[in-house]
Every structure is written in C-alpha cells, then in structure tokens.
Design a protein around this ligand. Structure first.
Ligand code: BG6
Length: 474
C-alpha cells in the first residue's frame, strides 16, 4: 500500500506571479502585468475596467514579482534541497512571442526557459509546464480582442508548436491552459477580454471558451505528434459544490454549479460538448460560432490526464439571498458553518479534496494530478527571520492525508501533488505579497519594499521529510 514510488511530489508557481522582469529579455507586455493592487483589481480582472497600459497612481506587483527571472538558480536549488520530483511552472507567452502574432519567436525568451529546464534536469526534477497561466499578450487584446477572436487559436497553436518542438526531450508533462473555467469568472485574466457597453457577456465568454477548447485540443495533438511520450493535461479551478440544505432544489443548484466548471473538462477529457451545455446555449439564446471540423478537432485529441487546483469547497443554495456568504477562490459561496476559514475567508475542507478526487475520477476515469493546493496566510518572521508556520503544516498535512485516502482507500489514480506557491509569490486574486503560501519566505511587502532575500520556513524541513518518506511521515 502507500503511494506509488513514482509519485510526483513538488510545488507550483506561475510566470506572472514569480518572474518579474517584464521588460527584460525582449519580453512583451501581457494582461497579467496590468493588474494593479487595490480596489480596481477586481474590475480589471473581470473585464469591466480597461487597463491596457500602466497608469499613474497604481502599483503593479507583477512588474518585479519575486524576481525569479534573475534568481531561478537559487530557487531551483532550494526546491532540489526539499527533494522535489516535479516543479510546476508556466511560460510567459509574451516572453516567447512578445506581441503574440509575431511570425518568429523571441530567442532570448526561449533560451531563458531552456536554461531553467537544464537546471531542473541537473537536479532530477521533472518540469510540469503550463503553456498559458492567465497570460495573454497585450497586443492580442488591443488588436484582436483577446480570446473572443478565433485568430487566437492560430496564435496559441503557433506558440504551442514552437515550445513543444524546442523543449522536446526536456519537458514531458504539459498543461494547456491554467484554470480554464476562470474565463467565466475573470474574463480579462482568463481570456484577455475587455467588455464594451451592450456586450452579451455570456455569449462572448462561451465563444472565447470554444476557442480555448479548440486551441487546447490542437496543442494536445501537436504535443503527441512531436513526441508520443508527451503527456498533456487540462486544468480546472476545482472544489466541488455542496447543497446548503437537502432541499432538492439546493442539490440541483450544486449539480449545476459543478457543471459550470466540469463543462470545460468534459470537452477536454471526453472530446465533445456535453449535452447539458448545448441545451444551455439554446435556452439562453447564445449563438456560439463553431466551424465545420471543430467537432473533429475536439474529438481527435482528448487530454491524457486531468489536473486541478483545490483550496476549498463551496456551498450553494437555490435561495442564496437567505444566507451569509464566504469568500472563496474566485467563486461566490455561502458560508459553511461546519468548516473553519483562512485569514482570507477561504473555507478549509480536506475531506472536500478527497470527495473532489473521487467525483472527478468517477467522471473521467483518467489519471488525476493535484497541481495547486495550499494555505495563503500572513507569516511573521521572528528576530532571526525564521517563520514557524505550523498552521501551514497543519493545512497541508490534512490535505495530503485526504488525497492519500482517496488513493489508498478509494482507488483513485493520482500522478502527483504540487503545492501552490512553494516559494512566496504575488497572490493572483489580490496582488498581495502578504498572502503567502511558500516553504520559502521572500522578503518583499505589498508595496514592493524588501530585499527579495529567500529564507527557509519551518514547513521547508517538514515537506522535505514528507517527500523523503513518500508521504508516510506527515
Ligand atoms: C489559482 C491560480 O486560482 O489560485 C493561482 O491558478 C493563484 O495563480 C492561486 O495564485 C491562489 O490564489 P491567490 O489569489 O491566493 O493567489
């Protein structure tokens, strides 16, 4: 019993939240560079406030982030010291195609990631690469309107083809689009979409979704052609929905809300639109343009494995106005009084992870991979700069136990586990540095002050032991 000896333990980051260096190495600007901290961030993320260049009076944390662009050697060394078997990272699209529609890639950008992959190889760390993690070159937004335009399918495919060829033999595990369902909740972040007055928002979002689903299938096809050893996964912002009561209409609401996310994975893993989605388009009068041949593209290249992020479960009701609300990872939720919450109000639910794993394995019958999980918390270093993050250890311990149960007791097939923000980085929802997830503390505050020095937290040594014992010692 126990986890397989090949189980992939590690951590995850994303280019826009860690790299910085946004104007270095010939890189172009991308949507996520333009998310400010403060109250306007949400409006920009939702596509309701246009922010296509840096503006006076705002602070943009992605500009420097944690400067991984210049410090990746040191960071990889720390990951290696923890015994990582895998490191999930993303490539910045605009570092490779600065405008997105360029005919030739930026060699400096390609060389940068190649150097990272060589460094990882030296330490026997398998890269797990997200092709697009909330990442759309700004030029594609200004010129084409982002993913609502079908041309993005071609630009993304060219980008995918370039990196799949270039990194052949260096990278085996690929994810096409991070948290693809975020497109419905934060269309600027997920799809580079800025709405105009009078837009049919739902139609635009599902049109963009169709383009992303096509692009993802094409990338999967190219990946398999370039190297049959490549393994390609889709990626869902996960966490299933509970009905607040056992009223049948609350249960129905929970099913419907789960389907909002599963819609994407149903297409990516099964290769066709689920009937409930087509009925929804019909019912809501959404006119989604699909071309002849699209069905075949989707059918020809389902993903090899299914990945998801898990921070919390969510609770819903057919009568949400009757209840108090919790914040959650980008989705609205009713407060579940059976669960504790983080400092940011996300509700902590390890058993929810086991349940989600079972639900998804039942649904897809494909290997799963938890590619994000963790506790965003305020860390206070002591006078020596050391952080005793027992709260983080406790959170992770319970979630690891939960997925071990899913594997050992329920028989779910799980390839690996990468904790989110294995080194402190910029929070996606708020832009804060003070919302920390890492095993490694980064000296940087919410206003951009600090030395950027890296320090191991207590959880660093703890996770090292977890990995060394293949999850036996928690
Ligand atoms: C996921 C994203 O939504 O959650 C990450 O894929 C993000 O990019 C993570 O950082 C945690 O959210 P936050 O807002 O705490 O950073």
């Amino acid at each position: 019993m126990g986890l397989s000896k090949d189980f992939l333990w590690g951590g995850a980051t994303a280019a826009n939240q860690a790299e910085g260096g946004v104007l270095e190495g010939g890189r172009g600007l991308s949507n996520v560079d333009l998310l400010p901290t403060g109250p306007d961030r949400k409006k920009v993320a939702a596509g309701d406030l246009e922010m296509l260049e840096w503006k006076e009076g705002y602070y943009y944390p992605a500009k420097e982030a944690i400067d991984m662009y210049n410090r990746y050697m040191e960071d990889i060394q720390l990951f290696a010291e923890m015994g990582f078997k895998v490191y999930r990272m993303s490539l910045s699209w605009s570092r490779i195609f600065p405008n997105g529609d360029d005919l030739e890639p930026n060699e400096e950008g390609l060389a940068f990631y190649e150097s990272i992959f060589h460094e990882l190889k030296k330490h026997n760390i398998e890269p797990l690469v997200t092709i697009a993690h909330f990442d759309v070159p700004v030029h594609l937004i200004k010129e084409y309107g982002g993913w609502k335009n079908r041309k993005l399918v071609d630009f993304y495919s060219r980008y995918a083809e370039t990196i799949l060829n270039r990194y052949k033999g260096l990278v085996k595990y690929w994810l096409t689009i991070n948290e693809i369902n975020i497109l419905l909740h934060q269309p600027f972040v997920g799809g580079g979409i800025v709405f105009q007055d009078g837009d049919n928002k739902l139609e635009i979002k599902y049109q963009a979704a169709h383009h992303q689903l096509l692009a993802s299938a094409l990338a999967t096809k190219i990946a398999h052609e370039v190297d049959p050893n490549n393994m390609v996964g889709c990626m869902l912002a996960g966490g299933s929905h509970y009905p607040y009561t056992c009223r049948p209409e609350d249960y129905q609401e929970a099913i419907n809300r789960d389907r909002e996310g599963y819609f994407f994975i149903d297409v990516q893993a099964r290769g066709k639109y689920p009937s409930y989605a087509l009925k929804k388009f019909e019912r809501e009068g959404l006119n989604i343009q699909m071309e002849e041949g699209d069905k075949d593209i989707l059918a020809a290249s389902p993903v090899d494995f299914v990945t998801f992020s898990y921070y919390c479960s969510r609770t819903v009701s057919a009568h949400p106005e009757d209840y108090a609300h919790a914040t959650g990872n980008l989705f609205p939720s009713i407060k579940n009084e059976h669960l504790p919450s983080t400092e940011w109000g996300w509700q902590i639910d390890p058993l929810g992870l086991r349940n989600s794993l079972n639900q998804m394995y039942d649904r897809y019958q494909k290997p799963l991979f938890i590619v994000e999980n963790g506790l965003g918390a305020i860390d206070t270093p002591d006078s020596n700069g050391y952080v005793e993050d027992d709260y983080r250890i406790d959170y992770l311990k319970k979630h690891i136990q939960a997925f071990k149960d899913a594997v050992e007791i329920d028989g779910v097939e799980l390839l690996g586990y990468t904790t989110w923000g294995c080194i402190d980085l910029v929070a996606a929802s708020t832009g804060q540095m003070s919302k920390r997830y890492g095993f490694v503390y980064v000296d940087r505050d919410d206003e951009g002050n600090g030395t950027l020095n890296r320090t191991k937290k207590k959880s660093f040594d703890w996770y090292k032991k977890v990995i060394a014992s293949n999850g036996e010692v928690l």
